[in-house]
Ligand binder design. Structure first.
Ligand code: CP
Length: 311
């Protein structure tokens, strides 16, 4: 019998989810995708639930996607941005969250620059927590929407399919969550980028490493292209952005010269002309905006499933 509940009351990282959890989230997201494509996009599933979106770091896609997902599920929603909060006056993370919870908040969605911040909170507060990105650690709902979008694009469950992740793997929480998610789904994963931006012992996670963009593009069914995270780079990992683009950027000429058509993905925000050119990002092969669309259904699924698994 298939499972009807997640194995955990929090979504802190893909690392902590089972393959059965992943399949349950995808199955639920498929139902919610159908809901949000109806003329009336709303269901009452979270009518008695209050969710606080706590963003201690900038976000466009994830913050709006969570807020829309919550509203489509009829939850009460409060938004917190660190820049305009009493965090600026020295209040601790735990004090901030405990004060918000005392106003009868049930669930926390949190993005934080510190790795492990959601895990730290999960051991100390009586609310479900969803990690919306913690430092360079994990971004689980991004990996879920990425895998869901790959399944749709390939019309397949990803077992045995070849998925390549290009770019700044070293600083990427999206890469880490994608690796855990894709390996749990049985996909073959290859990382490709400059040696300086690929962690030395990453092969222990069951992935291959290549420094050859063309050969990796020839190998893969899907290319998930990641942003160069200059804001997290305290030293130089390559000489210039121009040189990075020449050696590791993906352009239309390169794609058109391949034997088969590769599905192009990017979690955003895009640095156009650095890791990917506009004619690739905006091409027929790109499913970048489908990823964003699927993010709402995935986040509705996660919120709904956690609401039935209260702390
Ligand atoms: N993909 C992603 O996390 O984008 P945002 O930083 O805009 O949320």
């Amino acid at each position: 019998m298939s499972q009807s509940q997640l194995s955990t009351p929090h979504v802190l990282g893909i690392k902590y989810l089972t393959p059965e959890d992943l399949h349950l989230i995808f199955e639920t997201a498929r139902e919610f995708k159908e809901v949000i494509n109806r003329p009336i996009k709303k269901v009452p599933s979270l009518r008695d639930v209050t969710v606080a979106n706590l963003f201690f770091e900038n976000s466009t896609r994830t913050r709006i996607s969570f807020e829309l997902a919550e509203k489509r599920l009829s939850a009460d929603v409060v938004n917190f941005s660190a820049a305009s909060s009493s965090v600026k006056k020295g209040e601790t993370l735990l004090d901030t969250v405990n004060n918000i919870l005392s106003m009868k908040v049930d669930m926390i969605v949190m993005r934080h620059p510190a790795q492990g911040a959601p895990l730290f909170l999960s051991k100390r507060i009586p609310a479900n927590i969803i990690n919306a990105g913690d430092g360079t650690h994990e971004h689980p709902t991004q990996a879920l929407l990425d895998a869901f979008s790959m399944q749709e694009a390939l019309n397949d469950n990803l077992r045995g399919r070849n998925i390549a992740i290009f770019g700044d793997i070293l600083h990427s929480r999206v890469a880490m969550s994608n690796i855990f998610c894709l390996r749990k789904l049985g996909a073959n994963v290859r990382l490709c980028g400059p040696p300086t931006l690929i962690p030395k012992h990453i092969g222990k996670l069951g992935v291959e490493v290549s420094f050859d963009v063309r050969e990796t593009l020839e190998w893969c069914d899907v290319a998930n292209v990641l942003r160069i995270q200059l804001e997290r780079q305290d030293i130089r990992y390559f000489p210039t952005l121009r040189e990075y683009h020449r050696s590791f950027g993906i352009n239309k000429q390169l794609l058109d010269s391949l034997d088969s058509e590769v599905v192009i993905m990017h979690p955003g925000p895009i640095n156009r002309g650095v890791e990917i050119t506009s004619d690739v990002a905006d091409s027929q092969q790109s499913i970048i905006l489908e990823q964003v669309e699927n993010g709402v259904a995935i986040r509705m699924a996660v919120l709904y499933l956690l609401s039935t698994r209260r702390v």
